[in-house]
Design a protein around this ligand. Structure first.
Ligand SMILES: Nc1ncnc2c1ncn2[C@@H]1O[C@H](COP(=O)(O)OP(=O)(O)OP(=O)(O)O)[C@@H](O)[C@H]1O
Ligand SMILES: CC(=O)N[C@H]1[C@@H]2OC[C@@H](O2)[C@@H](O)[C@@H]1O[C@H](C)C(=O)O
Length: 377
């Protein structure tokens, strides 16, 4: 039973693999079952900063030790941290809050390298610098400890998905098993069933290939609503090539780096057919995940920016129609844009309480593991 002092007001900050901007969410929580969701915000990066982040993915390939910051990565980390801090300041001003109103910030940072097979994961983000500037405790670097205990270091949101599943409205609560699908740059799935352990893994590319494809061929950051895809047709040879990747056929699921899947060659598809095929691949990758669950989900709850791509949603609906139904987070009373940021707020409070963030069924860690580094002002 949580006491008043266990309840913390936390802010979560997420800059995901799409590298489109900073999502922020505020929560009051005991880091367990009590979750009072508060206000949130999304702050897009300007195109020039996004380009710097994209370039950082190349630079980061030379990193051997987690603390290495080759070339301009140290400067970028400081800039990224300051942008996050400024986002918090703007949010607090908007909400009429002071720094002292916030107990802790959960700071994800920006993943620039993720090599689970080498137990190496690098998130740019200087928690100490942020804590000092804001005068608020910051929990950061939440993935690394999991890796030292044999985990994949990702995904970390699943335990929060389970907490949300426990609070679903009555009309949905009976529809178990339920799968939460975050369609971000990469997609990850969480399987929640009272009859079985919590299961989760990265399911494949989400929007990252689509984003890169339309940026390259149309100069735009994403396929809004799936409008471009809706003009194209699925090129089955190309789709099958992606879906035959060893990532899908391996028995063990591994967590993904943004660069694990690469774009089709320019002459393999036109703009529309490429967008259509990559949306199909994104949905098919999610549907394939079912093979790793004890039973097929009855309810699929979609979160992340990809839920706005009508073609991905339609393809997934078709692929799962015999066993379940697909809804977006908002139909379950949740917020599909802020869920990851909420999770980082919740995980930060769990870290303060020494509670597990990851489980054998979510990251493959040997035993339930806490994590995160606490920086104090
Ligand atoms: N209206 C829209 N129509 C289609 N796609 C959209 C729309 N809005 C956002 N997206 C897609 O969602 C992406 C951002 O999603 P999100 O913020 O969930 O990803 P992320 O958190 O960066 O990634 P990850 O979850 O992998 O860390 C955009 O890059 C874009 O591809
Ligand atoms: C290493 C890393 O940053 N992985 C991200 C990425 O984006 C989606 C998917 O791949 C997931 O594994 C993870 O993020 C979410 C927030 C997670 O850890 O749950």
């Amino acid at each position: 039973m949580a006491t008043g002092s266990d309840l913390k007001r936390a802010i979560g900050l997420m800059s995901g693999t799409s590298m489109d901007g900073i999502d922020l969410a505020m929560l009051e929580t005991d880091g367990d079952s009590i979750v009072h969701r508060g206000a949130s915000s999304s702050t897009p990066y300007d195109a020039a900063f996004r380009k710097r982040l994209e370039a950082a993915l190349e630079t980061a390939k030379s990193i051997d030790a987690r603390s290495d910051r080759p070339d301009d990565l140290a400067g970028l980390e400081a800039d990224l941290t300051d942008r996050h801090a400024a986002t918090v300041e703007a949010f607090l001003a908007r909400e009429g809050l002071e720094a002292t109103d916030i107990d802790v910030i959960g700071f994800h940072g920006q993943t620039v390298l993720h090599r689970p097979l080498k137990a190496l994961t690098v998130q740019l983000g200087d928690g100490q610098r942020m804590a000092k500037r804001l005068g608020i405790d910051v929990v950061y670097d939440l993935r690394a400890h999991d890796m030292t205990l044999g985990g994949q270091g990702a995904p970390l949101v699943p335990a929060y998905h389970r907490a949300l599943a426990a609070g679903l409205p009555d009309d949905l609560a009976s529809e178990t098993p339920v799968a939460f699908v975050n369609i971000g740059g990469i997609s990850n799935i969480t399987y929640v069933d009272p009859q079985s352990e919590l299961l989760a893994f990265d399911s494949g590319p989400g929007n990252t290939l689509i984003d890169q494809w339309v940026a390259r061929h149309a100069g735009i950051p994403y396929d809004s609503g799936g409008a471009i895809a809706s003009e194209g047709r699925v090129l089955s040879g190309l789709a099958n090539r992606y879906l035959a990747s060893p990532f899908f056929t391996a028995k063990e699921r591994i967590s993904l780096d943004r660069n694990d899947f690469t774009l089709p060659a320019d002459d393999e598809a036109g703009l529309e057919d490429g967008a259509r095929t990559l949306a199909f691949v994104s949905a098919a990758a999610i549907a394939k995940a079912q093979a790793h669950f004890p039973a097929k989900p009855k309810l699929w709850i979609l979160t992340g920016g990809g839920r706005h791509n009508r073609i991905i949603v339609e393809d997934l609906t078709v692929a799962t129609r015999h066993s379940g139904r697909v809804i977006v987070a908002e139909e379950a009373g949740l917020n599909g844009d802020s869920m990851e940021a909420e999770a980082w707020a919740w995980l930060a409070v769990r870290s303060l309480h020494g509670l597990p963030l990851t489980y054998p069924g979510t990251t493959g860690v040997k035993e339930p593991a806490t994590g995160g580094v606490l920086a104090r002002p």
